[in-house]
Design a protein around this ligand. Structure first.
Ligand SMILES: Nc1nc2c(ncn2[C@@H]2O[C@H](COP(=O)(O)OP(=O)(O)OP(=O)(O)O)[C@@H](O)[C@H]2O)c(=O)[nH]1
Ligand SMILES: [Mg+2]
Length: 253
Protein backbone atom coordinates (compact mmCIF):
# COMPACT_ATOMS: atom_id res chain seq x y z
CA UNK A 1 0.00 0.00 0.00
CA UNK A 2 2.97 2.30 0.59
CA UNK A 3 3.25 2.56 -3.23
CA UNK A 4 0.09 4.66 -3.25
CA UNK A 5 1.80 7.46 -1.32
CA UNK A 6 3.15 8.79 -4.57
CA UNK A 7 4.11 12.25 -3.33
CA UNK A 8 5.99 11.13 -0.25
CA UNK A 9 9.36 10.98 -2.01
CA UNK A 10 9.09 14.48 -3.48
CA UNK A 11 11.96 16.56 -2.08
CA UNK A 12 13.19 20.13 -2.39
CA UNK A 13 16.40 20.51 -4.47
CA UNK A 14 19.57 19.59 -2.58
CA UNK A 15 21.74 22.48 -1.27
CA UNK A 16 19.06 25.05 -2.02
CA UNK A 17 17.69 27.66 0.35
CA UNK A 18 13.94 27.49 0.59
CA UNK A 19 11.27 30.02 1.46
CA UNK A 20 8.03 28.72 2.90
CA UNK A 21 5.12 31.09 2.46
CA UNK A 22 2.09 30.59 4.68
CA UNK A 23 -1.19 32.40 4.11
CA UNK A 24 -4.20 32.53 6.42
CA UNK A 25 -7.29 30.87 4.95
CA UNK A 26 -10.45 33.00 4.71
CA UNK A 27 -8.94 35.74 6.83
CA UNK A 28 -11.20 38.25 5.16
CA UNK A 29 -14.17 36.48 6.77
CA UNK A 30 -12.17 36.08 9.97
CA UNK A 31 -11.49 39.83 10.09
CA UNK A 32 -15.23 40.47 9.76
CA UNK A 33 -16.22 37.91 12.39
CA UNK A 34 -13.66 39.30 14.84
CA UNK A 35 -14.47 42.92 13.87
CA UNK A 36 -10.78 43.62 13.30
CA UNK A 37 -9.94 47.29 13.26
CA UNK A 38 -9.45 48.79 9.82
CA UNK A 39 -7.14 49.24 8.09
CA UNK A 40 -4.79 47.76 10.74
CA UNK A 41 -5.58 45.88 13.91
CA UNK A 42 -2.67 45.94 16.37
CA UNK A 43 -3.97 42.94 18.36
CA UNK A 44 -4.05 40.89 15.17
CA UNK A 45 -0.44 41.84 14.44
CA UNK A 46 0.62 40.85 17.94
CA UNK A 47 -0.83 37.39 17.34
CA UNK A 48 0.91 37.04 13.95
CA UNK A 49 4.22 38.18 15.54
CA UNK A 50 3.81 35.54 18.25
CA UNK A 51 3.16 32.90 15.57
CA UNK A 52 6.41 33.97 13.84
CA UNK A 53 8.29 33.69 17.14
CA UNK A 54 6.95 30.16 17.70
CA UNK A 55 8.11 29.18 14.20
CA UNK A 56 11.49 30.81 14.84
CA UNK A 57 11.94 28.97 18.13
CA UNK A 58 11.11 25.59 16.62
CA UNK A 59 13.01 25.79 13.32
CA UNK A 60 15.68 28.50 13.73
CA UNK A 61 15.18 29.93 10.23
CA UNK A 62 17.40 32.71 8.94
CA UNK A 63 14.60 35.19 8.59
CA UNK A 64 10.83 35.50 8.84
CA UNK A 65 8.83 38.26 7.19
CA UNK A 66 5.15 38.97 7.76
CA UNK A 67 2.44 41.39 6.69
CA UNK A 68 -1.33 41.01 6.48
CA UNK A 69 -2.10 37.28 6.87
CA UNK A 70 1.04 35.97 5.16
CA UNK A 71 4.33 34.74 6.61
CA UNK A 72 7.49 34.04 4.58
CA UNK A 73 10.14 31.87 6.24
CA UNK A 74 13.69 31.69 4.87
CA UNK A 75 15.48 28.44 5.75
CA UNK A 76 19.08 27.62 4.92
CA UNK A 77 18.99 24.34 6.81
CA UNK A 78 16.22 22.20 5.39
CA UNK A 79 14.19 20.12 7.86
CA UNK A 80 12.65 16.68 7.33
CA UNK A 81 15.29 15.68 4.76
CA UNK A 82 13.65 18.13 2.37
CA UNK A 83 10.37 16.19 2.10
CA UNK A 84 7.83 18.54 0.53
CA UNK A 85 4.68 16.99 2.05
CA UNK A 86 6.17 16.96 5.52
CA UNK A 87 7.49 20.55 5.38
CA UNK A 88 4.24 22.01 4.02
CA UNK A 89 1.97 20.16 6.40
CA UNK A 90 4.04 20.76 9.53
CA UNK A 91 4.55 24.50 8.92
CA UNK A 92 0.91 25.10 8.01
CA UNK A 93 -0.33 23.23 11.07
CA UNK A 94 2.21 24.89 13.38
CA UNK A 95 1.00 28.34 12.25
CA UNK A 96 -2.65 27.30 12.53
CA UNK A 97 -2.40 25.90 16.04
CA UNK A 98 -0.17 28.74 17.23
CA UNK A 99 -2.58 31.39 15.88
CA UNK A 100 -5.56 29.60 17.46
CA UNK A 101 -3.69 29.29 20.75
CA UNK A 102 -2.95 33.02 21.02
CA UNK A 103 -6.42 34.00 19.86
CA UNK A 104 -8.10 31.77 22.45
CA UNK A 105 -5.70 32.12 25.35
CA UNK A 106 -4.01 35.47 25.18
CA UNK A 107 -6.46 37.69 23.34
CA UNK A 108 -9.90 36.15 23.94
CA UNK A 109 -11.10 39.12 26.00
CA UNK A 110 -9.82 41.73 23.59
CA UNK A 111 -11.77 40.18 20.73
CA UNK A 112 -14.88 39.50 22.84
CA UNK A 113 -14.85 35.89 21.68
CA UNK A 114 -17.62 35.00 24.15
CA UNK A 115 -19.98 37.25 22.25
CA UNK A 116 -19.57 35.54 18.87
CA UNK A 117 -22.69 33.97 17.39
CA UNK A 118 -22.55 30.27 16.44
CA UNK A 119 -22.25 31.29 12.81
CA UNK A 120 -19.32 33.65 13.50
CA UNK A 121 -17.70 31.01 15.68
CA UNK A 122 -17.87 28.50 12.82
CA UNK A 123 -16.16 30.98 10.53
CA UNK A 124 -13.36 31.69 13.00
CA UNK A 125 -12.52 28.26 14.42
CA UNK A 126 -10.46 26.33 13.77
CA UNK A 127 -7.98 28.64 12.02
CA UNK A 128 -6.06 27.29 9.03
CA UNK A 129 -3.12 28.38 6.87
CA UNK A 130 -1.98 27.12 3.49
CA UNK A 131 1.69 26.59 2.70
CA UNK A 132 3.93 26.58 -0.34
CA UNK A 133 7.64 26.03 -0.83
CA UNK A 134 9.81 28.24 -3.00
CA UNK A 135 13.33 26.92 -3.65
CA UNK A 136 15.57 29.94 -4.13
CA UNK A 137 19.23 30.59 -4.84
CA UNK A 138 21.15 32.99 -2.62
CA UNK A 139 21.22 35.78 -5.24
CA UNK A 140 17.44 36.03 -5.45
CA UNK A 141 16.60 36.07 -1.75
CA UNK A 142 16.57 39.85 -1.49
CA UNK A 143 14.46 40.18 -4.69
CA UNK A 144 11.89 37.79 -3.25
CA UNK A 145 11.52 39.73 -0.01
CA UNK A 146 11.52 43.08 -1.85
CA UNK A 147 8.65 41.71 -3.95
CA UNK A 148 6.64 40.86 -0.83
CA UNK A 149 7.58 44.19 0.77
CA UNK A 150 6.33 46.06 -2.32
CA UNK A 151 3.06 44.13 -1.97
CA UNK A 152 2.90 45.16 1.70
CA UNK A 153 3.28 48.82 0.67
CA UNK A 154 0.57 48.47 -2.03
CA UNK A 155 -1.65 46.86 0.60
CA UNK A 156 -1.02 49.76 2.94
CA UNK A 157 -1.91 52.44 0.38
CA UNK A 158 -5.03 50.57 -0.77
CA UNK A 159 -6.04 49.67 2.81
CA UNK A 160 -5.95 53.30 3.94
CA UNK A 161 -7.55 54.46 0.68
CA UNK A 162 -10.55 52.14 0.91
CA UNK A 163 -10.93 52.83 4.62
CA UNK A 164 -11.10 56.60 3.91
CA UNK A 165 -13.52 56.20 0.98
CA UNK A 166 -15.86 53.92 2.95
CA UNK A 167 -16.45 56.81 5.34
CA UNK A 168 -18.00 58.71 2.41
CA UNK A 169 -19.43 56.05 0.09
CA UNK A 170 -21.09 52.67 0.42
CA UNK A 171 -18.84 49.63 0.16
CA UNK A 172 -19.51 48.94 -3.52
CA UNK A 173 -18.86 52.50 -4.65
CA UNK A 174 -15.72 52.81 -2.48
CA UNK A 175 -14.33 49.61 -4.05
CA UNK A 176 -15.17 50.85 -7.53
CA UNK A 177 -13.50 54.22 -6.92
CA UNK A 178 -10.29 52.77 -5.47
CA UNK A 179 -9.85 50.51 -8.52
CA UNK A 180 -9.54 53.50 -10.81
CA UNK A 181 -6.88 55.27 -8.77
CA UNK A 182 -3.07 55.16 -9.05
CA UNK A 183 -0.90 55.10 -5.90
CA UNK A 184 -0.08 58.81 -6.06
CA UNK A 185 -3.77 59.64 -6.48
CA UNK A 186 -4.62 57.63 -3.34
CA UNK A 187 -1.80 59.52 -1.56
CA UNK A 188 -3.40 62.83 -2.57
CA UNK A 189 -6.88 61.65 -1.63
CA UNK A 190 -5.64 60.68 1.85
CA UNK A 191 -3.63 63.88 2.23
CA UNK A 192 -6.74 65.97 1.49
CA UNK A 193 -8.44 64.07 4.34
CA UNK A 194 -5.66 64.78 6.81
CA UNK A 195 -3.80 61.44 6.52
CA UNK A 196 -0.14 61.57 5.58
CA UNK A 197 1.20 58.08 4.85
CA UNK A 198 4.70 59.31 5.75
CA UNK A 199 3.53 59.51 9.36
CA UNK A 200 2.07 55.98 9.43
CA UNK A 201 4.01 53.44 11.57
CA UNK A 202 6.85 51.75 9.68
CA UNK A 203 5.54 48.18 10.24
CA UNK A 204 2.34 49.01 8.39
CA UNK A 205 4.29 50.23 5.35
CA UNK A 206 7.21 47.75 5.34
CA UNK A 207 6.03 44.71 7.30
CA UNK A 208 7.59 42.98 10.30
CA UNK A 209 10.83 40.94 10.37
CA UNK A 210 11.94 38.31 12.87
CA UNK A 211 15.62 37.38 13.01
CA UNK A 212 18.53 36.81 15.34
CA UNK A 213 20.82 39.67 16.25
CA UNK A 214 23.89 39.63 18.44
CA UNK A 215 26.03 42.18 20.14
CA UNK A 216 29.23 42.19 22.19
CA UNK A 217 29.41 42.98 25.87
CA UNK A 218 32.62 44.14 27.48
CA UNK A 219 33.33 42.92 30.98
CA UNK A 220 36.22 42.47 33.39
CA UNK A 221 37.70 39.30 34.83
CA UNK A 222 38.90 40.30 38.34
CA UNK A 223 40.89 37.08 38.90
CA UNK A 224 42.95 37.49 35.76
CA UNK A 225 42.64 41.28 35.84
CA UNK A 226 41.80 41.40 32.13
CA UNK A 227 39.01 42.87 30.03
CA UNK A 228 36.65 40.28 28.52
CA UNK A 229 34.32 40.37 25.54
CA UNK A 230 31.34 38.07 25.32
CA UNK A 231 28.59 37.80 22.71
CA UNK A 232 24.89 37.90 23.49
CA UNK A 233 22.16 37.16 21.00
CA UNK A 234 18.39 37.32 20.93
CA UNK A 235 15.53 36.74 18.56
CA UNK A 236 14.43 40.19 17.51
CA UNK A 237 11.04 41.32 16.20
CA UNK A 238 11.77 44.30 13.97
CA UNK A 239 8.89 46.76 13.56
CA UNK A 240 11.18 49.35 11.97
CA UNK A 241 12.50 47.53 8.90
CA UNK A 242 14.34 49.48 6.22
CA UNK A 243 13.42 49.01 2.58
CA UNK A 244 15.03 45.63 1.85
CA UNK A 245 18.35 45.49 0.02
CA UNK A 246 21.03 42.88 -0.64
CA UNK A 247 23.17 43.92 2.39
CA UNK A 248 20.37 43.25 4.84
CA UNK A 249 20.26 39.60 3.79
CA UNK A 250 24.05 39.23 3.62
CA UNK A 251 24.31 40.40 7.22
CA UNK A 252 21.75 37.95 8.63
CA UNK A 253 23.32 35.43 11.00
N1 LIG B 1 -9.58 44.62 9.31
C1 LIG B 1 -8.40 44.03 9.11
N2 LIG B 1 -8.31 42.98 8.24
C2 LIG B 1 -7.10 42.40 8.05
C3 LIG B 1 -5.93 42.84 8.74
N3 LIG B 1 -4.89 42.07 8.33
C4 LIG B 1 -5.39 41.20 7.42
N4 LIG B 1 -6.72 41.39 7.25
C5 LIG B 1 -7.63 40.63 6.35
O1 LIG B 1 -6.94 39.53 5.81
C6 LIG B 1 -7.20 39.44 4.41
C7 LIG B 1 -6.00 38.79 3.75
O2 LIG B 1 -6.14 38.71 2.36
P1 LIG B 1 -6.32 37.35 1.57
O3 LIG B 1 -5.33 36.33 2.02
O4 LIG B 1 -6.28 37.71 0.12
O5 LIG B 1 -7.81 36.93 1.92
P2 LIG B 1 -8.35 35.55 2.52
O6 LIG B 1 -9.78 35.80 2.88
O7 LIG B 1 -7.45 35.07 3.60
O8 LIG B 1 -8.33 34.57 1.25
P3 LIG B 1 -7.54 33.17 1.09
O9 LIG B 1 -6.13 33.39 1.57
O10 LIG B 1 -7.60 32.89 -0.40
O11 LIG B 1 -8.30 32.15 1.89
C8 LIG B 1 -7.46 40.87 3.96
O12 LIG B 1 -8.32 40.91 2.88
C9 LIG B 1 -8.11 41.49 5.18
O13 LIG B 1 -9.51 41.32 5.10
C10 LIG B 1 -6.07 43.94 9.68
O14 LIG B 1 -5.12 44.39 10.34
N5 LIG B 1 -7.31 44.50 9.82
MG1 LIG C 1 -5.40 34.64 3.20
Amino acid sequence: MKDYEIYSTMKVPKNSNIIIRLDGRKFHSLSKALSLEKPYDEKFYKIISNVCLDIFNQFAPKFIYTFSDEISILLDEIPFSGRVEKINSVFASLASSSFTYYLLNEYSNEFDLDKLSDNERNIVFPISFDSRIIPIDAHHISSYFKWRQDECWRNCINGYGIWALKKEYDSEEANERIKGLKSNEIHDLLFERGINLNDVETWKKRGIGVYKRSWEIEGFNPKKQVKTVSTRSEVYVDYELDIFNQEFFEELE
